[in-house]
Design a protein around this ligand. Structure first.
Ligand code: DGL
Length: 273
């Protein structure tokens, strides 16, 4: 029986994380689930994001995953705490769910020389204040400001991110972010979709500001977690397979996923809810 690592996102964004995870940890089996039928999550309420996330996580558990990575900041910000603190204890005490915010906030302060960090994220992640709260715990001397970028996920999901319309919004959000704090030297892409526009973002920034994507950070942190948790690691099957599922059209997913994942994927459709 396969006991893969589950990787979940509201759509395609988590593929940028899966890519890095499989690069660092190629020995395991993986199942990716994109809730493309209900994406974007970024503007939805806490209750809705939690409900969708928990449904998808449970589906991954039913496929045999002992461990699920919520590779979506919005879902990590809005759904993870209830899942970890209530649902897992009650229904799946032997399973684990990890998000992307904690591993990122543990390390992000190390990238900044000025101790001024800017966060670009969905409205949902920004409103949750998760990044402000978590970074404060690890780097109390670092000033953090956030910018909601609600147009970026729809542009990226619709393959409209390499044109002037995308540049208009990228520049607008960067201006708004930097106006809040001119000492920022580190900008965190706190949305798993944004690595696709990292180069376009960098184009508008001076060389002293670095732009950080999360994929590698999350992968390194997962590797460390599995080293420390033999009880989970030993349960994982190791046949190097990767399965892709989407709640929307498998054909559309296959067409579009390549730009996030870097290679062709073959997905299957799945009904949730
Ligand atoms: N990729 C998700 C994240 O990291 C956001 C996508 C969405 O809004 O659904 O926040």
């Amino acid at each position: 029986m396969q006991t893969p690592i589950g990787v979940f996102d509201s759509g395609y964004g988590g593929l940028t994380v899966l890519k890095e995870i499989t690069k660092h940890l190629p020995q395991y089996d993986y199942i990716y689930l994109g809730d493309n039928a209900r994406t974007p999550y970024g503007n939805r309420s806490f209750e809705t994001v939690y409900h969708y996330t928990w449904q998808c996580v449970q589906w991954l558990f039913k496929q045999g995953c002992p461990l699920v990575i919520v590779a979506c900041n919005t879902a990590s910000a809005k759904g993870l705490r209830s899942i970890q603190q209530n649902d897992l204890r009650k229904y799946y005490p032997e399973k684990k769910v990890l998000g992307v915010i904690r591993p990122t906030t543990e390390i992000i302060g190390n990238f900044s020389k000025t101790h001024h960090v800017g966060i670009m994220a969905t409205s949902g992640t920004v409103q949750s204040q998760s990044y402000l709260i978590e970074i404060e715990k690890f780097f109390p001397d670092t000033k953090v400001v956030q910018q909601a970028c609600p147009m970026l996920v729809p542009l990226i999901e619709n393959n409209e991110f390499e044109n002037e319309a995308a540049d208009y919004f990228i520049k607008k959000y960067l201006d708004e972010l930097l106006q809040q704090d001119e000492k920022i030297d580190t900008i965190l892409l706190a949305c798993t979709h944004y690595p696709l526009i990292k180069k376009r973002i960098e184009k508008f920034l001076p060389a002293n500001i670095s732009v950080i994507a999360q994929g590698e950070i999350v992968a390194a942190s997962l590797k460390d977690y599995l080293n420390r948790h033999a009880e989970i690691e030993e349960q994982l099957s190791k046949n190097k397979t990767i399965q892709f599922y989407t709640t929307d059209s498998a054909e559309d997913f296959n067409d579009h996923a390549t730009i996030f994942y870097g290679e062709k994927v073959r997905s299957q459709h799945l009904e949730v809810g």
